[in-house]
Structure formats: structure tokens, C-alpha cells
Design a protein around this ligand. Sequence first.
Ligand code: NAD
Length: 483
Amino acid sequence: MSRTYGNFIDGEWTDSQSGETFEVTNPAAAGEVVSVHPASSEADVEAALDAAVAAQDEWASTPGPSRGAVLREAGNNLEARKEEATEVLVREEGKTRSEAGGEVQRAIDIFHYYGAKARDVGGTVKSASAPGKDLYTKHEPLGTVALITPWNYPIAIPVWKLAPALAAGNTAVLKPASEAPGVVSIVLECLDHAGLPAGVANVVTGSGSEVGGPLIESEHVDGVSFTGSTAVGTMVAETAAVDLTRVQCEMGGKNPTVVMPSADIEDAAETVGVGAFGTTGQSCTATSRAIVHEDVYDEFVAAVSDYAESLVVGDGLDDPDVGPHVSENELSSTLEYIDIGSAEGATLEAGGGRLSGDDYDDGYFVEPTVFSGVENDARIAQEEIFGPVLAVVEAESFEDALDLANDVDYGLSASIVTQDLSEGKRFVNEVEAGVAKINEKTTGLELHVPFGGYKDSSTNTYREQGDAGLDFFSSVKTIYENY
Ligand code: NAD
């Protein structure tokens, strides 16, 4: 059963001005159209921006606690629709029911978190250098912001941008990824039913070039928050820089887990396996490199290969361990990287192919795949694959492992598995990544601490989430008051 969605502009659900639409199909059964969305263009973007600009002053002057009350109510509304949102997410994006349910819960929690944080938006008072003088800062909203999001966390990422943007008093136009935009419509309905004034949050669906392009180029946009690939993000950052528009881009990763001899190898294999194959490897923080000390290398390769082979792959609605790829493009790209790995001389230890048979032929299913004997300069050890493919690289020592971990253009998330505290502490101090973990997988984030990357994973301008989420969406004014 397919559902038709609209753009949400100035508090109304509308078609694109051209009347054009696009379809989203089920990644587990590609013939099945699950939803139809407006294929918008510049005229729709302009209408959304006009509405957002018109709503700006009133929303900015709405007290923080009142803005927060709307966000909290939106979280309550989403909670009441959790099952529905989970199903829409699975049918559009393909992840498993458990993964999708966890993601919807994350969105609910983010609304509640920033609903409370909206009370704290303010500033700080400092001691002035003279009597009869007050010196303090005041946080003001940027104005109207553009939010551009990827398909792999189609509800969590839009909400982790929208909630702090609105809490800080901004109005917003959001462009979700075309692979899975349906859950964003549910989010906007939840905000609308919570009493969000018309025009404060708007959604325009369509292609990156037709909708994303005009959005980031518009003179009405005072801030751009983008999450997606490094290739597109770099272009977004360059475009925003032309007008000196504040911009943050969070992008790709090539995340390592280092495994040291003191680790329990079965546990380490599971830590790496969950990070590598969960969400079908389609997380920016997915573990795509295991860098393993030579003393435990063979044991680890055997254990992680067994783990990969034990996973049940299937339709996300049946809640298997691993769902399909989101699209034919992503499937083809992963299969191409598997060919590249073999051609580069790595040893295929597990998986390595597209799944076939009655349960699989209509979907984009690929086997969880492990390569051993991977050189760190190989393409499968350097480039983001964004699929369930793990490259296992051998290290001679802790220092060697650290060098290998850092010898990559990306720097998003990194972890080490060890019982040696000194190794753990040195690792988190010296690894070049925005998130560093000891004895934990590279995936999985807490919502109340900053998140973002180093190197080519980020513009490294601002962090997202926690207090940092509000910082991006606020300007700081410094006030000198003499009396
Ligand atoms: P993508 O870069 O292809 O698209 C991201 C968004 O940008 C989409 O909404 C797309 O329509 C839009 N877009 C495309 N071309 C555009 C243009 N010319 N102008 C403006 N907007 C444009 O990325 P994707 O395939 O949707 O997502 C996967 C990527 O996202 C991976 O690289 C992954 O690592 C990254 N990601 C990063 C994080 C993070 O926080 N670091 C989180 C999730 C995903």
C-alpha cells in the first residue's frame, strides 16, 4: 500500500508547484512502491523560505520555555505514533524493525531533550572592568536555516537538526534525502499538532540539485546544517562560504576498531561485528576497519568471520539481524567494492556476494563480508564503502595500530578493545577522530554530548547534539551596559 505525501509549507501540506512527483520503493521488495512525494524545484524552495522568513520574528520572540513546550509536545505526539513511524522507516529505508524503533525513540528523546534545553537559551554574565557597568552575552537565533539530511538515519538526523534550531528561536526549511523522506512528514505532523506556528518549520522534498542547490544558494538563509557525503558536503561548504553563511557539514567516515592481545577476542569480534554489520553497514560511524595485533590476528579473523556468517539477513519488517541496502545504487557500489577487495589481493573470509533465492531476489540484500590480509593503503581500507564489508588489517604493535588508525583521510569515530588502561588512554588521546571510545563499538552515540568529525569527516566548524547543537544555531551578542 502506497501513501502520498506533500511538502509542508507555511503550515499547509501542498503538492510541488509543477505537480511532479517521485516514488520511493521498498528496498526489500523493489517492485513495491511505498510512497509518493513532491518532486519540488526552486519555486517551492522560495515559497518555503518566504514562509520561514515571515515567521521568524514572532518565533524568535516567543519565550524559550514556550518554544520548548511545543518541542516536548511534538515528542509526545511522536511517541504516540512510534509504531507507525517505525513501519514507514523500515519500508522506505530498509533497516530492521529493532533498528528503526530505536531510531524513532532517539527522535522522541531528542525532542524531549531540546524541549527542556530551550529554557536555558540565554547567555552568561561576566564581571566588568569598571563599577557601574554590566557585561554579559545574549544568544540570539541565526534567523532562517537550511537543513539538508541523508537517508541513513531519516528521522534521527532531521530531528537532531530541527529540534535545536527551533529551540534556539530559528525558523527552518528542511530538505530530506529522497530515498526515505516519509518519516519526516510524520515529524512535521507531530510539530503541527503540537501547536508550532505556521511557517516555523517547512519541508520541501526533491532532488539535491533542484531543491538542495537553491536552498543553500538563497540569500534568505542565515545558516546551513548539512549531513551527507564528503563530496556533496564539500560543495555545500564552498557555496555557503561565498556569502559567509554559517555552515556545518558532517560527512563520511572510515572508522577503525583496534583490537589488542589483552582483549577477550570473542567479545572483540562481537563489538566489531555489531559496528560493521549493524544498519547494513550504512552508518557514518560504521566499523569498516578492524586493526588487529598480530598476536591475536588469526583468532580474531576466525571469530569475526563466524560472527558475520551467523547473521540472518532479510526484510527489515521481519526484524532479522541485517536488512537490505537502501537502493540499487548502494547495493551495486558495495558489490563493486567487494570486487575491488578481491582484485587488490585481500582474502575473502566470509560473505562476498548478493543474496539470491525467493526471499532475496526482489531486494538489495548482500552478505555480511569480511576481508583479511588487507593492506592499509588498499581502497577497501581507505574509501567509505557504506555497506556490510569489514577490512581486517594486521598491526605489529600498539604504535603501529595507532598509526594505521590515523593513516586515512577521514576522522569520525574510532575505538580500541583492550584491558590495558595505558593503551586505552593513549588511544583516545592520540587518535585523530571526533569520537574516541574504549571497549565499545564505533557506532552508537549519546544524544547529550557533542558529535562530529575531524579531517575530511567534517567542516569541524561546530559540533551537533548536546549543548553544541544549540551553539550552531545561535549568534552571541556581547553587551556592555554602563549606568
Ligand atoms: P549525499 O551527500 O548523497 O546526500 C545528502 C543530502 O544532500 C541529501 O538530502 C541529498 O539530496 C542532498 N544533496 C545532494 N546533492 C546536493 C546538492 N548539489 N546541493 C544540495 N544538496 C544536495 O549523502 P547520502 O547518500 O544521503 O548519505 C550517506 C552519506 O552521509 C555517507 O557518506 C555518510 O557517511 C554520511 N553521513 C554522515 C553522518 C555524520 O554525522 N557524519 C551521518 C549520517 C550519514
